[in-house]
Design a protein around this ligand. Structure first.
Ligand code: SAM
Ligand code: SF4
Length: 473
């Protein structure tokens, strides 16, 4: 299948991924569900087996404050059982804002004259990477608009190589995740060969008509090409993929059920679902009226509900929250199920080196705090900031990761890895204040471990304190 620009209709292949009629039928047939039935459902969800689409739709109807509290409590239980107190940190790295598409909500859209266009040279990418490394980051999400400089897609491959090759003192980036437009089979194979971590792409909206209303020109108008991107990525051997909806374009209940249909399609086809789900909400963007007045704005209350429902419905998939959200919402979301956050982000190419060129940004941010401040806050809330990249580097991805994660075995690795990478951060980059709070958080986390895991963790921490870096199991 090749990318096209006409609206056309859903192919048989993509109807098997997203079936709008089925989603609408589930939403219409799910009335208000009596509280005892919901409470019973939430009790059963504690077995960590996830939910069907019908059960998910039932949870969406909850409005009773007591039942809502039970939903949040269940989400918290599942989050802590699977992820413990860990919270993985990363930074986005915007390499280019050139774009040939016309997505009405995005500042990078082709016809927007208000944005200063720029694609970074490899030297500039090196420079941005060095700044992130010197802040203590170990994971980046490389982001680009859908138009590359003269070398075409090779530009992205070179950028990935540049990020991996950049070192500064004891630091380096150990996992490059990528969020770029849908690729061909061959391009995905080349991306896999570049040793990326997760390939991430958001459908934005799963609703066919809305999709075509908001994507008015360019390759991205081709819904079918975009929705099949993750299948091509997985067929090319990229087994950690990230999925997402841009909340605010269409009804959140429809979008969330459609996202779960997409997840179930991947599970059925590849035996494993996505590694992560992102939950971006539409934020104001230069030159976009739609971004300032989302057609289906998601309230904070509904947003909390979305995160908690995701945690309960797909317990083993990481949930990512970006700095689009405010500090208060980010803090609340950790208990509801979020397991990864970005920190200290800039959404303009070159934004880490030059703190000025905001006219080149993609959207406005809700959390402007530097990494050290975010880490201090996270640790003071009792969470353990983690920079772990162990699974990916030991080949524990896709099915292997899920096979380990499901019986809970992954915790014996994740918890010690989180502590060793956090200690590494504190020693190499943490401010005095953060170090003090961080060491207390590490001691508290050790105190909660089983004797065997604690022993393993203490051995690893001792190696880090003695000067060894990149200690993982
Ligand atoms: N250009 C590629 C694409 O569209 O898939 C990848 C990069 S694009 C910069 C990354 C994501 O930014 C998009 O998938 C979209 O969900 C998100 N985005 C665009 N405009 C936004 C806005 N105003 N507020 C929040 N997120 C936005
Ligand atoms: Fe371009 Fe992506 Fe923005 Fe659409 S969302 S205008 S494709 S950068």
């Amino acid at each position: 299948m090749r990318p096209g620009i006409i609206q056309g209709e859903q192919t048989m292949e993509t109807q098997a991924i997203i079936n709008e009629t089925a989603i609408t039928a589930i939403l219409e047939s799910t009335g208000t569900v009596p509280s005892p039935a919901i409470l019973d459902l939430l009790d059963r969800a504690r077995d960590l087996k996830g939910l069907s689409l019908e059960e998910t739709a039932m949870l969406m109807q909850v409005t009773d404050p007591e039942v809502l509290e039970k939903l949040y409590e269940t989400a918290r239980y599942i989050k802590e059982t699977i992820y413990g107190r860990r919270l993985v940190l990363f930074a986005p790295l915007y390499v280019s804002n050139l774009c040939a598409n016309e997505c009405l909500y995005c500042a990078f859209r082709a016809r927007n004259k208000a944005v200063h266009r720029r694609s970074l040279t490899q030297e500039e990418i090196r420079n941005e990477t060095r700044i992130l490394v010197e802040q203590g980051h170990k994971r980046v999400l490389l982001v680009s608009g859908e138009a590359y400089p003269r070398e075409g897609f090779d530009y992205i491959l070179k950028a990935v190589d540049t990020v991996y090759a950049t070192k500064s003192g004891p630091g380096e980036i150990r996992r490059v995740n990528v969020n770029v437009a849908p690729l061909t089979d061959e391009e995905f194979r080349r991306l896999k060969a570049a040793e990326i971590g997760t390939y991430q792409i958001f459908q934005e909206t799963y609703h066919w008509d809305t999709y075509h209303r908001v994507h008015v020109a360019g390759k991205k108008r081709d819904y079918n090409w975009r929705i099949t991107a993750l299948d091509r990525a997985m067929n090319a051997g990229i087994d950690d993929v990230g999925i997402g909806v841009l909340y605010g374009l269409h009804d959140w209940k429809f979008e969330t059920l459609a996202l779960f249909q997409h997840i179930k399609h991947l599970e059925t086809t590849f035996g494993v679902g996505p590694h992560t789900i992102s939950v971006p909400r539409l934020e104001p963007a230069t030159g976009s009226d739609m971004a300032s007045a989302p057609p289906h704005e998601v309230s904070d209350d509904d947003f909390r509900k979305i995160i908690a429902i995701m945690r309960v419905a797909v317990p083993y998939t990481g949930i990512i929250l970006s700095t689009r959200e405010t500090v208060a919402m980010r803090r609340e979301s950790f208990a509801l199920g979020v397991s990864q956050i970005s920190a200290g982000s800039r959404t303009n190419p070159g934004g880490y080196a030059e703190d000025r060129d905001v006219e080149a940004s993609q959207f406005s941010l809700g959390d402007h705090r530097p990494l050290d401040e975010v880490i201090r806050d996270v640790a003071s809330m009792g969470y353990v900031p983690s920079f772990c990249t162990g699974c990916y580097r030991l080949g524990r991805t896709g099915q292997d990761f899920m096979d380990m994660a499901k019986p809970g075995d992954i915790k014996c690795h994740c918890d010690p890895n989180a502590l060793s990478t956090f200690e590494e951060y504190l020693l190499d980059y943490g401010s005095m204040e953060t170090r003090e709070i961080g060491e207390k958080a590490i001691a508290a986390a050790l105190g909660e471990m089983t004797p065997a895991v604690r022993k393993r963790s203490e051995t690893m921490l001792a190696k880090v304190t003695a000067g060894k870096r990149d200690v993982f199991c």
